[in-house]
Design a protein around this ligand. Sequence first.
Ligand code: GLA
Length: 749
Amino acid sequence: MPISVHRETATFHLYNDQLSYIFAVREGYPFHLYFGARVPDEPHYDYLMREEWHPSSVGVSAEHENMSFEHYRSELPFSGVGDMRLPMLEVVTASGGRVLNLTYQSHEVVAGKPALPGLPATYVEADAEADTLVLTLADEVAGVRVRALYTVFAGRAALARSMQVINGGTEPLVVERALSGCFSFEDTDFDMIQLPGAWARERSVVRAPLHPGLQGVYSLRGHSGHHFNPFVALARPTATETQGEVYGFSLVYSGNHAMTVDVDPYHSARVLAGVNPETFTWPLDPSESFQTPEVVAVYSADGLGGMSRTFHSLYGRRLARGVWRDKPRPILINNWEATYFDFTEDKLVEVARAAADVGIELFVLDDGWFTNRDDDFGGLGDWELNAAKLPSGLAGLADRINALGMEFGLWIEPEMVNPGTRVWKEHPEWVLHAPGQPLRPCRHQYVLDLSNPAVVDYLYERLEQVISSANIAYIKWDMNRSFGDVFSQTADPADQGRVWHAFILGVYDLYDRLTKRFPQILFESCAGGGGRFDPGMLAYAPQAWTSDDTDAVERLKIQWGTSLAYPVSSMGSHVSAVPNHQVYRCTPLKMRADVAYFGTFGYELDATALTDEERAEVHGQVSFMKRWRGLIQFGEQYRLKSPFEGRGNECAWMVVAGDKGKALVAYYRVLQEVNVGRRCVRLAGLDSEARYELREQGVDPQVADLYGRPASGAELMRIGLELTDETMGQNTTGRGDFVSRLFTLERVE
Ligand code: GLA
C-alpha cells in the first residue's frame, strides 16, 4: 500500500488495492483532491484544483486572490483564513487572536503505524501491514506546529488520521479545537447514516439525505453515550446493503465527541470528527504537545455490508488486543437479572451449579458484592467485600465456583462514588463537583475525578488488590452515569477546560494498567448497557455489554445497528428470563438464544428456576454455541434482511467462514402474518461454485431437506433460501409469532 509522493507536483497519493486518497500542496497549503475507489497513481491531479473567481470569497494571498480556502478543500482546515466552515484546528495564540497560517514544512513516510501515546488506536503487527505519512505544518509567527498522521492499511479499505499539535514557540498557547480528521467531498449526493438511540434502545439505524448546513452527532455526556455513537457514514442514495459507495467514519474515542458533516452552498461536503470542542480547552506551554485520538475512515464499493466487514476485521483484529482477541469467548451466566442485589453466597453457588450442569463456563457476579450495596444508593468507591453476604470471601466464592468446573468473573464500576463511603468522606476533593454549586446526582452516584492522577492511582491499587485476591477470569467494567457539573477540585483554573478529556485519558490509563497487570483476564466494558460501546473501549475490553435490553425482539435492532461498525465478537448478548425484565414480552427460549448466539453469548437468569425441559434446551444451546462460536465470532458477517426496513417484522443475517466452507444463517420473524405468499432470503458470501449441506437446527433432517440435494452457493445467493411456511411440511418451527430459524451450511467436498 504505497504512499507515493510526487515531489515535482507536491502531490501525495495514499493507496492500496481498494482505495485512493490524494492531496497536493499549493502555495504552501495542503488541499484535498480525492478520496474513493482506487485510481491510477498519476504525477498530478491538478485539474481538480482550478483557480476560480467566487464573489465574496477570501483569497489565500494577494497573488492568488482567486484561490480561496472556501473553495479549495483544505486537508487540515485551521482558524483565521476565511475558510468559512468549522475548522479542524483553532488555537488562541499569545496575541489573544486565532489567526493561523500553517504551511507545509516537511513530510516523512514511515513503515507501519506509530502508537498514539496514552490513547487507544488501531495498530499493526508487522510493518508491512500499513504505511504512515507524517505531514508537518508550521506557523512560525503563531508558534504552532502540527504533525498530521495518515495511515493506509494493506488489504483493508481503511485509513486512519490523527494530529499532534505542538507549541513550537516561546509563549503559551491555548488549543480550543483539535479534531482528528477532515474528509472532503466534491459533491453532496449522499445520505448520512447514524446510530442514534437511548438507554435500552441503543444504535438504531437512521438514514437521511444530506442537506445544506451542518448535520451530525455529538456527545456532551462525558462518555460516548447511548444517544449518538461516534460513527457516521455517507452512502450514495442508491447504495444498499450489498452494493454502492459508502464511506464510514468512526472515532476511536470514549468521551465527548463531535462528528459533523458540513454542506456548503457550492455542493461540497466536509466531514469532521474528533473530541467535542464544546468541552475542550487545552493550554500548551512551549514545547508541550497535544495528541488527538484517531478517526478511521472506511471506503466501500460494496454497500454498507462491505463497509461493516472492513470495520469488523480492523476492529476485531487490529484494535482489540490481548489474549482474548482471537479466542472464542466463554459462555457465561450473569446473576444480575437472576437476583439483582438480593443474593447470598449459597444462592450464587446454586445458580452456578445449575449453569455448570448445562455446560456454561463462566459465572459472573454482578453488582452488590461490596459493602453498603443492597440497592443502588450506596457502596460505590470503597471496593471492600460485604462479608455478611459472602462469608467465604471473594477467594472462597471463586474456589466454590471453580470447584464446579467454572471460571469466576466479577463486576466493578471504578469511576463512580456514592455518598457515605470512606472514599467520599476522606477525599471529597476527588469528586467532580464545583464547590458551592449544587451536587448533580445520577443513579444516586457521583463521578470520581479521573483527570487527577492520584485518583487513578487509588483505583489501580484498590482494584489490583481486589482482583488479585481471588481467582478471577473475567471483569465486567461498568459506568452508570452521564456527567453534569464537571469541575476538578484539584486542578488550576486555567486547566479546568482539560478536565473532560483528561478524565477519559485517566480511564484509558487505568484500563491500560489493569489489563497489563492481568493479561489473562477477559474484560467486558459496559455503561448502563451500551452507553460506552465505542472503538476506544474495544482497545482494552474486546467485548462490551451491548444493551441492558435483553428482549430478543428489541435485540434484533440493537445488534443489527451495532453491527454497522462493530464485530460480532464485541457484542455481549445474553438469554434472559421471560417475561422480559425490560419490555415484559414473552418470547420462546429458542428465539432468545437464536438472537444471542450472534454475539459473545451467555445467560442472565436464575438457572435454578429452569424446568427440566428448559434445562435440556439450554444444554442443547450451550453445546451448539460451543461448536459454532469460532465461526460466529470470527467469521464474516452478512446482514440479509433489516429490521429497520418495512414494518420491521423480519430480520436475517449470517456468518461465513473465511474459507467459505461453513456458514450459519439466522432468520427471525416477529409476528405471524396471514396469507403472505412466498418468503425467501438471498444469502451472501458463499462460494457460488460450491454445494452446501443445509440443515435447519432443531428440525428432523428428513423433514427439513427442502432441496432433496445439497444446494449450490449460486442458487442460495441468487434465488435465495426458501422460507415459505408451507414448504416446511411437518416442520412447525416456522409458524406463529416470535419465530426464529437457524440453518447451518457445510460445503460438500
Ligand atoms: C448497569 C449494567 C447492568 C448491571 C447493572 C448493575 O445497568 O448495564 O448490566 O450490571 O448496572 O447495577
